[in-house]
Write a new protein. Sequence first.
Length: 107
Amino acid sequence: MTTITFIHPDNRSESVDAEDDTSVMLAALTHGVDGIVAECGGNAVCATCHVYIHEAWAGKLDPVSDDEDTLLDGTASERLPNSRLSCQIKITPALDGLVVRLPERQS
């Protein structure tokens, strides 16, 4: 299990133990974390699983794909340099302790 911490817009933090080889989006949905809508179910077509990656973790993730980059331009909350789609972040043991901030809104 890999621990992921979600920081809500009100600065409340919520940590979950996530299954490896799934996505950060699926971990949020499985554990009932508010703030991830995931309308497309993780198919990278809707951008409703937008998160902000804590700066300390940004360099440890796979690069943003062209498709993800395009979708990030259409997020409901402001796109920042550390914006990612949580459906595109595969959980591995190397991400144990990952911290992501949830945006104000997804749609």
